[in-house]
Design a protein around this ligand. Structure first.
Ligand code: ADP
Ligand code: MG
Length: 568
């Protein structure tokens, strides 16, 4: 391998030359303690910065095997190292100067979740970290001494301080791993105790603001009602008491502004793990749980929504329902059908974001409009069968649909941010009331096996590349968490609420391109399985389908991959 001194010489040789001469630095250079890979060199100082990575072998990195042998510990270690490296890099960014993005040093800044990313990967104890460097220039003229400072003074410090076990404060890594193991333990306990979720006492559920995912200061800490309390014996932290939400049908009721949606939101996010200090470290939800909402205007393709919608006036087939512009109720029905196909065992719903006519038909409406004139079977008449016959639990926030009390196994009231178990109270009230229809006839699980149309658009070109014409790959572009384009096709994921990181959206975009190149003509289920297998066996970067692995990709859950292809 080429040495660091070779890099220094190559760099000095191109000083003052025009910018593209930087391209000659691409390749791997040994720095003794690590290898520096210059993977992609930017075309000019104003373009997106160059992509680099450092690779530290297992012995030099020095992390004990217990930190990375189990996948959940490895993910926690990767997250920890990315944050540490990020802090180092932050100190040095823009310390080297020049025009455009000269001197920028950047890594992905993770949010509150611990997620698998291409930015930091630990493989059998060896650490790879991907980051960006704005190669310095004056105008468009190479400024080699400034890049020399970055590569020979700054990066070595970042690696030394950020990526080696020896430089971590005593006991800190062990704490990160302990938290990962405790969370893992709770996840296993959920299935043993037949719980859909666990919310520890003392958890801080509300966030700082609508745009900040940090914990709210001076919030009322969560406290489990006595009736629902479960005490778990965590391997590291010891006894933790909290609210065990049993499988079945659970309502979160209460007056407006009392903290219902905040609790549900925390449960939505509980499918992911959170960093220490987040307040939701021990808020753990069944990992397959899916937030269901109405999503007016979404595209639906060949989806079986006949469990909820039948006999449309147009006579359209609702076992293979397609539309470019779904209504509130059809979109919510499609979202449920798709979540079931994605293997979800828990549905999370908030009345506020549901279509009213999808949730209930009250007595008065039933008296005026005959059953056979209404295509919608309300969710109220399916929820019990979903639980009892298909084992799918429901956690539903209600503020006005009292009818759901009839089918609830447990009712939690949020009262000024305090949770109370009012199940017995609610059941007592029901005793004097007539029972409405709670299970409509014709229950069945939606048919799966849908094939998505991944066929091309006019964006692919054949380009001449030296040795002949080659098919050019589709361009992938991402716009934050919500939107991406692959070729000319755009996808809006705004209402897929459990996408929590823009890296997940980016990974989904690459997955779509990969599927278009390799998996066309298969069912959604088949595509998702193939992509998950690929990421598990060859790493998340494999979804890029060869070439350089970019930084900034985050592994989504199978449920979000389904959601993506369902909308494509
Ligand atoms: P609901 O859905 O019952 O109407 P929300 O969950 O939207 O109520 O909460 C209303 C407000 O109260 C929000 O601004 C939220 O941030 C705040 N809040 C929620 N839980 C707490 C808590 N435990 N401590 C302090 N404030 C909270
Ligand atoms: Mg609310």
């Amino acid at each position: 391998m080429k040495t660091a001194e070779g890099l220094r010489a190559a760099l000095r040789a191109i000083d003052h030359r025009s910018y593209p001469a930087y391209k000659s630095l691409a390749g791997s250079w040994s720095f003794g303690k690590y290898v520096l890979n210059i993977e992609h060199v930017q075309g000019d100082p104003f373009a997106a910065p160059s992509q680099l990575s450092v690779a530290v072998d297992r012995k030099t990195a020095g992390f004990p095997a217990f930190c990375w042998e189990a996948p959940w510990n490895r993910a926690a270690l990767e997250d920890y190292l990315l944050r540490r490296f990020g802090r180092q890099v932050g100190r040095f960014s823009r310390q080297a100067r020049g025009s455009g993005k000269s001197g920028v040093l950047a890594v992905t800044v993770p949010g509150q979740e611990v997620l698998e990313r291409t930015d930091c990967q630990v493989c059998a104890g060896a650490v790879t970290l991907r980051f960006e460097v704005g190669f310095p220039a004056n105008g468009r003229t190479i400024n080699a001494p400034e890049l020399e400072k970055i590569l020979f003074d700054f990066i070595p410090v970042c690696v030394e301080q950020g990526l080696l076990y020896a430089s971590t404060p005593k006991g800190e890594v062990e704490q990160v791993i302990a938290l990962a193991e405790d969370r893992r333990f709770i996840r296993e306990e959920l299935s043993r105790l037949e719980l859909a979720a666990f919310v520890a006492d003392g958890a801080i559920l509300p966030r700082e603001s609508g745009v900040s995912d940090r914990p709210m200061k001076n919030a009322v800490p969560f406290q489990s009602p006595e009736e629902m309390a479960v005490t778990l014996e965590l391997p590291h932290r010891g006894q933790v008491r909290g609210m065990g939400v049993r499988r079945g049908i659970t309502l979160i009721a209460g007056g407006g502004y009392h903290g219902k949606s905040t609790l549900l939101k925390a449960l939505e996010r509980g499918v992911y793990d959170h960093i220490a200090g987040d307040g939701r470290e021990y808020v753990i939800t069944d990992a397959t749980a899916v937030k269901i909402r109405a999503e007016d205007g979404r595209k639906v393709t060949d989806t079986d929504i006949s469990l909820f919608i039948n006999h449309l006036p147009s006579g359209r087939d609702t076992t293979k329902f397609s539309t470019l512009d779904a209504s509130g109720s059809t979109s919510q029905a499609a979202n449920i059908a798709e979540a079931l196909e994605a293997g979800s065992r828990v549905l999370l719903m908030d009345e506020d974001t549901s279509a009213t006519n999808f949730m209930v038909r009250d007595e008065l409406m039933q008296a005026v409009i005959a059953r056979d004139q209404e295509p919608i079977t309300p969710f109220l008449e399916r929820a019990l069968d979903l639980w009892q016959r298909a084992g799918v639990s429901l956690i539903l926030v209600v503020g006005s649909c009292g009818a759901y009390f009839h089918i609830a196994d447990q009712v939690v009231q949020m009262d000024a941010y305090y949770a109370r178990d009012i199940t017995a109270q609610a059941k007592a009230v029901l005793e004097e009331r007539p029972v409405p229809c709670l299970t409509a006839p014709g229950f069945h699980l939606p048919a799966g096996g849908r094939v998505v149309d991944l066929s091309g658009d006019s964006q692919t070109r054949k380009n001449y590349r030296g040795d002949g014409y080659r098919q050019e790959r589709l361009k992938v572009k991402c716009f934050g968490k919500t939107t991406f384009t692959v070729g000319a096709r755009e996808l809006d994921l705004r209402y897929v609420e459990q996408i929590v990181d823009s890296g997940q959206t980016r990974a989904l975009a690459y997955m779509v391109r990969y599927a278009r190149e390799h998996l066309a003509g298969r069912s959604v289920e088949n595509i998702v399985a193939a992509l998950m297998k690929l990421a598990a066996e060859q790493g998340l970067g494999a979804v890029c389908g060869g070439g350089m692995i970019p930084a900034g990709l985050t592994l989504p859950r199978a449920q979000e991959i389904f959601a993506c292809f369902d909308r494509y």
